[in-house]
Ligand binder design. Structure first.
Ligand code: SAH
Ligand code: SF4
Ligand code: F3S
Length: 463
């Protein structure tokens, strides 16, 4: 009897892309495929791609170049491009990379195992005559990964899981490709999400992260009564759940009921990813973000007045078309005022088909790099100061796994801060332990384990 076919899947994108990868894997495993340790061992190589910046796409184009050579030697090999680049480039992808067998957009994962099976069968036929077979092209409206009945066992960490609550994005941000690759917002009803989370909890999950591109706009396509705050309340009633996080929030939808939920629900994680993108009103307007700096700051004030313990995370884009020194200085100022706990900083990358791509990409690359480095330095200073302030405090840590450093384990606080601590026989992935912070490292903390019954300060009392 021949061995089961093996697949290897690489994910290049955001958390949603990684969750899609899990759902695709879940489907393939159910259909009898096995996961290969590397792509060299695989009969089916799948790339789950991202189009958000050119760099993300370049990595995939170059990997496909390498796979072309292998495919010449092994015509039976199935090469599949999934995700946002598949949706964005469709036939162009096949024209540029004719050795690709399968192009499947994020809205067409529902029967991915069938599509992979078809590609295998066709390759097996054509390897006899050496001719190029037809490709599988599945893009546009279809059945998304959310329709896949999730196998609660397929996920990277036993006690942690991502849960999609909505797909797509209806926002008009001038620079962003996501609305075009992911389509219109579609929220999943509260009871469907609760049921999925319940099944995950039955399988050992205690921490979930709800995913949506504008997760705090959740429900607006369903009805007025369906909101993220309501969903958080519903999930809070599941006793096994200890932490409920959600990403990414848009400043325009930080509503009073969501602020109340963050303040009142003790098991909702103590961080909020609320990308500001820029600190200049001129840039925000050009980016079509729909808020001013003053409005962003007033939302932050409202949040901090009600829930001071919440750590804020942000994204920034530097070098957007027309960004002057003064615009950039305004971004630095915003960062200094808010003092984010963490920020991602991106150099602007024009995406064909978006509004801003019609404008000249006129900030030189070295200027973008310089501004990027400056923002990261400011952020770094804030991270260091925050970390120093935590030395001596006791934090509840959810253990994630062994650290790269021998004899150490790694976990996260309720504020999503990374903590390393020496191993002991009490430590297993998935448990919650009290750790006293002893030292601030670069982007993480070093700590020591305390007795299990040591009281952990209420979340937020220390951050
Ligand atoms: N939905 C989320 C994030 C989506 S993409 C939100 O709106 O916050 C993640 C981040 O990539 C964005 O926040 C933005 O900072 C960055 N980004 C998106 N398009 C970009 C582009 N064309 N060039 C550079 N950065 C970009
Ligand atoms: Fe892109 Fe804006 Fe939607 Fe975020 S909110 S995914 S930046 S269009
Ligand atoms: Fe990239 Fe698609 Fe996510 S473009 S950021 S993988 S939604």
């Amino acid at each position: 009897m021949s061995r089961p076919p093996r697949y290897h899947l690489t994910s290049y994108g955001c958390q949603m892309n990684k969750l899609d990868a899990e759902l695709v894997e879940s489907r393939l495993v159910a259909a009898g495929y096995e996961s290969a340790a590397s792509d060299a061992d695989a009969d089916v190589v799948l790339l789950n791609t991202c189009s958000v910046r050119q760099h993300a796409e370049d990595r995939v184009w170059s990997r496909l170049g390498v796979l072309r050579a292998r495919k010449r030697r092994e015509p039976g090999l199935v090469v599949g491009v999934l995700g946002c680049m598949a949706q964005e480039h469709q036939r162009y992808l096949l024209a540029r990379m004719p050795h690709v067998d399968l192009v499947v957009g994020p809205s067409a994962f529902g029967d991915i195992d069938v599509k992979v099976g078809e590609a295998r069968a066709r390759n097996a036929e054509k390897s006899g005559d050496g001719k190029q077979g037809a490709h599988v092209l599945a893009v546009g409206e279809g059945v998304s990964g959310d329709a896949i009945v999730r196998d609660p066992r397929v996920r990277p960490h036993r006690s942690q899981a991502w849960v999609s609550v909505m797909r797509g994005c209806n926002m008009p941000c001038s620079y962003c490709i996501v609305p075009s690759t992911r389509g219109q917002e579609i929220s999943r009803p509260i009871d469907v999400v609760v049921e999925e989370v319940q099944r995950l909890c039955d399988d050992g999950v205690t921490e979930i992260t709800l995913l949506g591109q504008t997760v705090n706009a959740y429900g607006r396509d369903l009805s007025r009564d369906v909101t993220l705050a309501r969903l958080l309340h519903a999930l809070h009633a599941i006793p096994a759940l200890r932490r409920i996080a959600f990403i990414t929030s848009h400043p325009n939808f930080l509503s009073p009921d969501l602020i109340d939920a963050l303040a009142d629900l003790p098991r909702v994680a103590r961080f909020l990813h609320l990308p500001a993108q820029s600190g200049s009103d001129r840039m925000l307007k050009a980016m079509r973000r729909g808020y001013t700096v003053a409005r962003y700051l007033s939302r932050v004030e409202q949040l901090r007045a009600r829930a001071p313990q919440i750590a804020l995370h942000s994204d920034f884009i530097v070098g957007y078309p027309g960004e002057t020194e003064a615009d950039f200085e305004a971004t630095v100022e915003l960062m200094e005022r808010v003092r984010f706990a963490q920020s991602y900083v991106f150099k602007y990358s024009p995406r064909p088909g978006t509004l801003s791509a019609e404008q000249a990409d006129d900030v030189p690359e070295d200027k973008k790099a310089e501004r990027n480095a400056i923002l990261l330095q400011v952020q770094e200073r804030h991270i260091q100061a925050d970390a120093q302030a935590l030395v001596g405090t006791v934090q509840e840590v959810l253990v994630e796994g062994e650290s790269k450093v021998d004899g150490r384990w790694t976990g996260r606080t309720v504020h999503h801060r990374l903590v390393h601590f020496p191993s002991s026989d009490r430590v297993v992935a998935g448990c919650y332990l009290p750790v006293r912070v002893t030292q601030a490292l670069g982007h993480s903390l070093l700590g020591e384990l305390l007795a299990e019954d040591h009281a952990v300060l209420p979340a937020g009392a220390t951050a």
